[in-house]
Design a protein. Structure first.
Length: 117
């Protein structure tokens, strides 16, 4: 009797716009950059914030998501806060930045800089 294996869903869903922004970040990345990484450091009024930055080395515990423009990593310590989230890139007349729809967030500060789980 064969056992079926289920593909593990990604910790985070990326929109095409977010993937395009990751590609742009990688195209202009400093030498030695291997990807872009999302983490949720403790800061802001609500406790946790989203942080996206270039990385030069892979952490084997991080979640790796391959995108057409380069590898995207999710910090291992942040995965539980982000499961089921969607990351988008919004660029309009007033602002440009990554926007997160996070079903795990129980609240956020007024400026949208930080969130609680």
């Amino acid at each position: 009797m064969a056992t079926a294996t289920r593909t593990r869903p990604a910790a985070l869903n990326l929109t095409p716009s977010a993937e395009a922004r990751i590609a742009a970040l990688m195209a202009n990345a400093p030498e030695g950059t291997i990807g872009v990484k999302l983490s949720t450091p403790r800061r802001g009024c609500s406790g946790l914030a989203y942080s996206v930055e270039h990385v030069g080395a892979a952490d084997p515990l991080d979640e790796k998501i391959a995108t057409p423009g380069g590898d995207f990593y999710v910090d291992a310590g942040s995965v539980l806060y982000l499961i089921g989230s969607t990351m988008d890139w919004v660029d309009d007349d007033f602002t440009a930045g990554f926007v997160f729809q996070n079903p795990n967030a129980k609240g956020s500060c007024g400026c949208g800089e930080s969130f609680t789980v």
